[in-house]
Design a protein around this ligand. Structure first.
Ligand code: ADP
Ligand code: MG
Length: 341
């Protein structure tokens, strides 16, 4: 066992709708790239994955397509998801012998899809594969005391989905997943630019606007930014200056969907656990936690102190890694769905 252990490492994977992150025990995070695969349609193989494939979106010739297979939190394109996962695992697996792999994937993914993901990981050389519900992994990675009999609320705002969960004693007591998260915020900005400024901007530009001057609550209202796009009426490139307050308003509707999901979950939470959450506060994870003022918005709307996890983009992968490293203590968190396989 001792010798085997020294060759065998544990791998944690966050198969996110926007980003895939991989952690190797003893090494840390070894890969963090967009969940994108470019497929060569001539022989149905992965032409590129991650950063490289992401640059190809909207720029591929006819026989190559670049896709985000998990975009909305369900596996829209099975083969593509599998190809992407295998390519990522193969890239990090060099020199790692028979790893155990823990994978966190969005909770909207069905049992059949879980099986496909697990099979893909096995075919990529995993000795054992452990599926973990993402909110659970996020809670562990955010450092919440999930093994205690205390209520904890975690909100994971990703690209395609927002997951809200209340946990106690290593289990999810209740949870809700909505398909409104970072992507929808980008879309709201794109629509706003078109409607109000007659400017057509791409998804990358709208994401840049969101990250640079976007906010969920008035924090930086003096900020503004020059945005380049195509003028709708003349069809010519044009530069427009937008203010932070406009961008906040443009995102108000999708943000309210997220807030409502949090409120609904709180309303359904049993009173003892709700009292714990009031005491301990709410924890935010996922890339959406980095939106300016999102913590203030949620705490204003719920009346509960809201914290942003350190390194919110890495919570799920760190949680998945911890489960394997501390398997005796944490194995109860592994999803019940594993029993259905
Ligand atoms: P997933 O788990 O679904 O792959 P992530 O947790 O990786 O998603 O988060 C990706 C989302 O976070 C994207 O929509 C991205 O625009 C958003 N994001 C990343 N950084 C920031 C930031 N600084 N401000 C606002 N949104 C951000
Ligand atoms: Mg995620």
């Amino acid at each position: 066992m001792g010798i085997l252990r020294s060759f065998s490492k544990d791998i944690g994977i966050d198969l996110g709708t926007a980003n895939t992150v991989i952690y190797v025990s003893g090494e840390g995070i070894v890969l963090q790239e967009p969940s994108v695969v470019a497929i060569d349609k001539r022989d149905n193989t992965a032409y590129a994955v991650g950063d490289e494939a992401n640059k190809m979106i909207g720029r591929t010739p006819g026989d190559i397509i670049a896709v985000r297979p998990l975009r909305d939190g369900v596996i829209a394109d099975f083969d593509a998801a599998e190809m992407m996962l295998r390519a990522f695992i193969q890239r990090v697996k060099r020199g790692i012998f028979n790893p155990r792999i823990a994978i966190g994937i969005p909770s909207g993914v069905t049992g059949v899809e879980w099986r496909a993901v697990m099979d893909a990981a096995r075919r990529a050389g995993a000795r054992e594969v452990y599926p973990i519900d993402e909110p659970v992994a996020a809670a562990i990675g955010a450092g919440l005391p999930v093994t205690e009999a205390t209520g904890n609320m975690i909100i994971d705002i990703g690209g395609g989905t927002t997951e809200v969960a209340v946990m106690s004693l290593q289990g999810i007591v209740l949870s809700e997943s909505v398909r409104v998260a970072g992507d929808e915020l980008n879309e709201a900005i794109m629509n706003y630019m078109k409607k109000v400024h007659n400017l057509v901007v791409g998804e990358r530009t709208s994401e840049e606007i969101k990250i640079k001057i976007g906010s969920a609550y008035p924090t930086n209202d003096d900020a503004s930014m020059e945005v380049r796009g195509l003028h709708l009426l003349s069809g010519m490139p044009r530069t427009v200056t937008v203010k932070a307050s406009e961008i906040r308003e443009s995102m108000a509707e999708p943000l309210s969907v997220i807030v409502e999901a949090v409120k609904r979950t709180l309303e359904r939470t049993p009173p003892e656990l709700a009292a714990d959450i009031v005491d301990r506060g709410i924890m935010l994870a996922g890339g959406g936690a980095l939106l300016n003022g999102i913590d203030t918005l949620i705490s204003h709307e719920t009346g509960i102190v809201t914290h942003i996890a350190p390194a919110p983009l890495n919570c799920v992968v760190m949680g998945a890694g911890h489960v394997l490293e501390d398997y005796k203590r944490l194995s109860r968190v592994l999803t019940n769905r594993i029993r259905n396989f």
